[in-house]
Design a protein around this ligand. Structure first.
Ligand code: ATP
Ligand code: MG
Length: 493
């Protein structure tokens, strides 16, 4: 493979921009290289939309020149975003995002997150990169266009699927401890292996992760979660000792306790299995988060009961309540994504219990109403949650879910419970019985919902209002105490 690519690399830089950058560098008398992820992804056949360029000189100057040449070639000058503090500049050319930086040498002080950055050679710049597979460069100057510069034999590591630091791993990881998570992320994302020397250094340096901001950690966590088999990343995080530091709640799921000879399943391994199962069905990051967190409360509610064995009562509801706190602590987004995750965690036992209760109409209606448009996501999670090793049990659960799906379709086709809203709203009740806003209104609305869900009355406005009137009559004393009156409806009844 090496020879093949050495000869043909220019073919892999077919986007016009690469020639343009080379021309700009030639005119300025600078060397310029595509580096890092873009080069790696050529060998991995992963198309990428960002190209990073390093020049031995000023990245900003090169970017400005590139913009001028693009203007000559196309008649339209791209906007150059300059980040003077970092010495970097960015511009877009068609579908490619180009970033420019001068070759750098970095030295770090142990207690500081901020490196001292000096100008350096291409080799200096390659040395400060995280892994050999990310430290390759391809020259774009016209004379050397397509020439690979690979001082750490990144090609060999691509071929053997190895994650290895270019320098002594203790140096690489201590300079920027986030690289430990990046190693694990690449292993999970690309299906690569971290070489033992590098992995052992992650174990040794794990404590240093504490100087990294939660935002940077979350970027990597999110890439692990979105990888094809996220369990790979989480197992590595666990084995390296990083998980305990960045996500202790997951570590608490680990292990099996035994009493009177009865054990429970290892909830950590179970969770990872569910996560992988979900990942096979959907790329949606937030359904995957829900899978990762669906049993998060189990350690807190775990009890041993001599009659029942191990129980985890209400772990779904407690888990739902834990989500906002956990998201706040981890600086994950506190928005509708969080609410979605919490909702799925809270509801994840429901489809099973509706199925176990023989898919009653009322159970199905309640489930659809409570899940709303998230019902598909919920079903996906629950089906993924079947991890039993007993084939008859798996079969029974899957059959239960497929009966449930059929019943849900039928019931939802008759009446769209996904979008269910109480047919009678609070204002109407207040006006009708001349009462101010009060608890009675909630009571009436709740009773209407119950009656509809139970199938006691039809799901429409007339039936609901008629039912409300009956209720109001039975609550006459309470309503009159609030200054209301039922004159209008008393006559009719
Ligand atoms: P992806 O874009 O899929 O996240 P990438 O490897 O392209 O992966 P970027 O964050 O885009 O990652 O970084 C581009 C390149 O910059 C990397 O390939 C690597 O050479 C270098 N790099 C990025 N982050 C670090 C870091 N923390 N330490 C050292 N080098 C890094
Ligand atoms: Mg990138």
């Amino acid at each position: 493979m090496k020879e093949h690519y050495m000869k043909n690399l220019s073919e892999h830089l077919s986007h016009r921009a690469f020639r343009t950058v080379g021309r700009a560098a030639d005119e300025l008398g600078l060397e310029a290289y595509v580096v890092g992820g873009y080069v790696r992804d050529i060998f991995l056949n992963r198309p990428s939309k960002d190209a990073d360029f390093v020049t031995v000189g000023s990245g900003i100057e090169l970017a400005r020149k590139v913009a001028e040449l693009i203007a000559e070639e196309t008649g339209r000058k791209p906007r150059v975003a300059v980040y003077a503090n970092y010495g970097t500049a960015q511009l877009r050319d068609g579908d490619l995002e180009l970033e420019f930086v001068g070759a750098r040498k970095e030295s770090y002080h142990r207690e500081s997150r901020n490196p001292i950055v000096e100008d350096g050679t291409l080799e200096d710049d390659q040395q400060r990169r995280d892994f050999t597979i990310n430290a390759m460069a391809i020259c774009v100057n016209a004379e050397r266009f397509g020439e690979l510069v690979d001082p750490f034999d990144g090609i060999a590591d691509i071929e053997s699927k190895s994650i290895r630091t270019p320098l002594d791993p203790d140096v690489t990881f201590s300079d920027d401890p986030l690289r430990m998570m990046r190693a694990i992320r690449f292993a999970s994302q690309l299906g690569f292996f971290i070489v033992p020397e590098t992995f052992n250094a992650i174990r040794r340096n794990r404590k240093r992760i504490e100087i990294i901001t939660k935002e940077r950690i979350n970027d990597e966590l999110s890439k692990i979660i979105r990888s094809p088999r996220p369990s790979v990343g989480f197992k590595l995080l666990d084995m390296s000792g990083l998980l305990e530091l960045i996500f202790p709640e997951l570590c608490e799921l680990k292990g099996v306790e035994t009493q009177e000879g009865r054990g429970h399943k290892d909830n950590f391994l179970h969770t990872l299995k569910v996560l992988d199962n979900v990942a096979e069905k959907t790329d949606d990051e937030w359904i995957r988060w829900a899978a990762l967190l669906h049993d998060i409360a189990k350690p807190r509610v775990k009890r041993y009961d001599p009659k029942l064995g191990w129980t985890f009562h209400n772990h779904n509801f407690i888990g739902e309540k834990m989500i906002p706190k956990l998201f706040r602590k981890m600086k994950l987004p506190l928005n509708e994504k969080m609410k979605f995750v919490a909702k799925l965690v809270g509801l994840h036992m429901r489809p099973q219990s509706v199925a176990d209760d023989g898919v009653s109409d009322s159970g199905v209606r309640r489930l659809i109403t409570d899940a709303g448009d998230d019902i598909e996501a919920l079903m996906l999670l629950c089906e993924a949650d079947i991890t039993s090793k007993i084939p008859e049990k798996v079969k029974r659960q899957l059959e239960g879910f497929s009966r449930l799906r059929v019943r849900m379709d039928e019931i939802n086709a008759a009446d769209n419970y996904r979008k269910w809203k109480n047919p009678v709203d609070g204002n109407e009740i207040m006006e009708r019985y001349h009462i101010p806003g009060s608890k009675v209104i909630a009571t009436i609305k709740e009773s209407i919902k119950e009656a509809i869900m139970e199938g006691e009355i039809e799901n429409n406005h007339d039936a609901a209002l008629n039912y409300a009137d009956q209720l109001a009559l039975s609550l006459r004393d309470e309503i009159e105490a609030l200054g209301g009156n039922l004159d209008a409806i008393s006559i009719a009844n």
